[in-house]
Ligand binder design. Structure first.
Ligand SMILES: NC(=O)c1ccc[n+]([C@@H]2O[C@H](COP(=O)([O-])OP(=O)(O)OC[C@H]3O[C@@H](n4cnc5c(N)ncnc54)[C@H](OP(=O)(O)O)[C@@H]3O)[C@@H](O)[C@H]2O)c1
Length: 346
């Protein structure tokens, strides 16, 4: 089968050659069913997350031994099942996520880790749902208990997790403030009915958000969703209400922010560190219920997946470049059927 291999750590955005850290293997062994409850899936689509980029760079918290097949969330069709599998049959449409291995034509998963993609859900879109929407759903609904009328501030709001947080915020009935850089991202967020969008390219967020809060007679931000870190986190702390929840999701800026404990004390803030993947180990039921709810929202049209860039496996360097260059609005995908790649390239 075709698979993308990371043979050494480095920048995956350079064109794929013997110099590149990633290469395409066209004769990689098809993974075997390694238990009676294993299911082999022919992958239709797999999404790129910032973490996949960091992992090939060697800057992610989990460092697998080389060589490895990168990739986490995916969707596809069940190709074969072990003799103990009871919930799936060949031909079923499924999605899931793995620690590694989805940048390949096939992957094997335990049946307990697979989700049936409901009728009415686009299968390619379902391949982008687990990591981004799963993270935001567990963070906002399970951890921060976001409710109607609460003010949600989303940083990196046009990125993978950011855009999912914006949409989940709207589903929860909250007042959503989105921060993104550039006119195209701002226009897109406004088209979703976001209550206030700030273009980072036009200066500090503080005055703009304060102006909006004042005009709406709101005291401050109740929930901060932060996948960016750095100066943006520092500025955002000036906008938080008494009793606010801070969701520490990631550090796309490359800078880990400091949240002063003395101010958290005085203002009664709750700081949530959230590592979504670890819920599969420590709270699998929370993760399972969350993904089932999200798939039902997707089927009912309450949320949608915006795919701004799609590539074939052999163009993976371009997919990584779209992430690195902050061009993505929503998700960038690798798809295995050319009919699933209608979007324009970089
Ligand atoms: N905790 C968890 O379990 C979990 C799960 C998923 C993701 N994450 C983390 O969340 C972060 C975002 O992931 P993602 O997949 O959503 O990435 P993404 O799609 O690339 O989005 C990242 C966003 O961050 C903004 N950004 C600000 N400074 C940046 C910089 N220096 N370089 C790149 N982007 C920058 C960009 O928005 P503008 O260009 O508009 O500023 C971009 O849209 C990553 O740190 C990732 O590791 C954590």
């Amino acid at each position: 089968m075709e698979a993308l291999l990371c043979r050494r750590l480095g920048d995956p955005t350079v064109s794929i050659s013997s110099e590149s850290p990633i290469s395409i293997s066209t004769s990689h062994p098809i993974p075997s069913l390694d238990s009676p409850t294993a299911v082999r899936v022919r992958i239709r689509a797999t999404s790129l997350n910032y973490a996949n980029y960091l992992q090939v760079l060697g800057k992610y918290q989990e460092k697998p031994p080389l060589p490895f097949i990168p990739g986490s969330d995916y969707s596809g069709i069940v190709e074969s099942v072990g003799n103990g599998v009871s919930r799936f049959k060949v031909g079923d449409r499924v999605c899931s996520f793995a620690a590694l291995g989805s940048f390949a034509e096939m992957i094997v998963a335990e049946e307990k880790d697979l989700y049936l993609v409901p009728d009415g859900c686009d299968l390619v879109a379902a391949g982008a749902l687990p990591v981004a929407f799963g993270t935001s759903h567990v963070a906002l609904v399970h951890r921060a208990k976001l409710g109607p009328g609460q003010v949600l501030l989303v940083l990196g709001a046009a990125g993978g997790v950011g855009l999912s947080a914006v949409q989940i915020g709207k589903v929860c009935g909250s007042i959503v403030i989105a921060i993104a850089r550039g006119a195209e991202k701002v226009r897109f967020l406004e088209s979703l009915g976001v209550d206030h969008v700030v273009d980072l390219g036009k200066g500090s967020i503080i005055e703009s958000v304060k102006g909006f809060l004042k005009a709406r007679k709101l005291k401050g931000v109740d929930v901060l969703y932060d996948p960016v870190g750095g100066k943006l986190t520092k500025d955002s702390m000036k906008l938080l209400n008494w009793g606010a929840n801070i969701l520490v999701i990631g550090f796309a800026s490359g800078e880990i922010p400091v949240i002063p404990a003395n101010i958290a004390l005085v203002k009664n803030w709750t700081v949530h560190g959230l590592y979504w993947g670890s819920y599969r180990v420590y709270r699998p039921k929370v993760l399972e219920d969350s993904l089932k709810e999200l798939l039902s929202w997707l089927a009912r049209g309450l949320i949608s997946i915006n795919i701004s860039h799609s590539y074939s496996l052999s163009e993976a360097n371009l997919a990584f470049a779209a992430i690195k260059e902050r061009k993505v609005i929503g998700k960038v995908m690798i798809t295995f059927d050319e009919h699933d790649r209608p979007r324009s390239k970089l």
